[in-house]
Design a protein around this ligand. Structure first.
Ligand code: ADP
Ligand code: TRP
Length: 333
């Protein structure tokens, strides 16, 4: 039996390098391993907690799907779908909600940080919080548990959500006997947090991202914006303290990385380092960018693939959800 690996990305912004390095690349590596059965999806209903514009939702959602495919996800090998096309997830989400202590949700970091920010600025604790945001971890638990997932590749900020899914699963199993597989997260330790243009974590919330499939000219412009100090070209520079080097090593070969490390230590101008970064990134991203643009230009083809993936997903999720319903006493025969 192959181990089930599952991960989702919510369409709340254009996919950036942080998403790629921290989430997509490691997930694709797992997908290439024969020991695993990957299920990768567009978490569009998670995106709805934030995106309340029809066109934006549609565009971003397609963008996530096209990104996975452009980077080489094989939809024949993986189960590749849109969350909203698999209704069993939402049915299970309600069931799990009835096993999720409210206090557990109060402690979930995304919600907690909104509350803290609100209180800090003198607003009411729950200002701007919709119930989708509050129950976000329950829907995520349903995503994971419905597929009897063993492994969830995510970025560091998602660890707590996977732990919550385990907690909910344990609570259910305790009441009804072994039902849900307890999932484990895997994170890419090395690159857990990729820095953005300003040195903080690259994140759409900080407006410091480099979109993964940015056109070359704009990509170069963004790279030129990376914050550097005023040391002269000949001054030795610490590669491990440089955003440019952190990004460079994600796209360069080992040999190139070693060479660049030496150039930093012996002195390289920031302009030169940025140029080299652009080159190595552009070579790496040229082909997938082209595939991405092609897919974005054929929405019908993309849709068909996703619907086909959802059918595959539902073959697996329907019988398991029935089992769960039998256990809780929702039996209609
Ligand atoms: P953002 O911070 O831009 O809102 P998301 O929260 O949508 O990004 O993250 C999607 C996935 O990408 C998550 O698994 C997250 O951990 C990962 N990720 C996001 N930003 C980074 C980063 N700077 N470095 C590494 N991984 C990241
Ligand atoms: N919450 C994840 C994020 O913000 C996206 C997500 C939704 C997810 N459901 C999931 C990730 C299930 C892994 C497994 O990045």
């Amino acid at each position: 039996m192959k181990k089930q690996v599952l991960t989702g990305i919510k369409p709340t912004g254009r996919v950036h390098l942080g998403n790629y390095i921290g989430a997509i690349k490691p997930a694709l590596e797992l997908a290439g391993n024969e020991l695993y059965q990957p299920a990768y999806f567009v978490a569009d209903y998670h995106g709805l907690t934030k995106i309340h514009d029809k066109e934006e939702m549609n565009q971003l959602s397609r963008g996530i799907a096209a990104t996975w495919l452009a980077l080489g996800l094989d939809p024949e090998k993986a189960i590749f779908y849109r969350q909203s096309d698999v209704p069993e997830i939402f049915e299970l989400s309600w069931i799990l909600a009835c096993f999720s202590p409210k206090g557990l949700m109060n402690r979930a970091h995304a919600y907690k940080s909104i509350v803290e920010e609100n209180l800090h600025t003198g607003r009411e604790a729950d200002t701007g919080v919709n119930m989708g945001v509050f129950t976000y971890p329950i829907l995520m638990a349903a995503d994971i548990l419905l597929f009897q997932t063993e492994i969830v590749p995510v970025g560091k900020d998602q660890i707590q959500h996977v732990e919550i899914a385990r907690d909910i699963a344990e609570s259910f199993n305790h009441t009804y006997g072994e039902t849900f597989t307890l999932p484990q997260y895997v994170i890419e330790e090395e690159t857990a947090v990729l820095p953005g243009l300003d040195g903080r974590k690259m994140s759409k919330s900080y407006n410091n991202t480099i979109p993964l499939f940015e056109e070359p000219k704009k990509l170069q412009k963004l790279i030129n914006k990376i914050k550097t100090d005023s040391s002269p070209p000949e001054a030795p520079k610490d590669p491990d303290d440089s955003i440019i080097f952190s990004l460079y090593k994600e796209f360069a070969t080992e040999l190139q990385t070693e060479e660049m490390r030496n150039r930093f230590l012996t002195g390289i101008g920031w302009g030169e380092a940025k140029k080299e970064l652009f080159e190595v990134m552009n070579v790496h991203l040229e082909e997938p960018r082209e595939r991405y643009n092609e897919l974005m230009a054929s929405p019908d083809k993309l849709n068909e693939m996703l619907l086909h993936g959802a059918e595959k997903a539902r073959k697996k999720t329907r019988p398991f959800l029935e089992e769960v319903k039998m256990k809780i006493g929702i039996i209609h025969s």
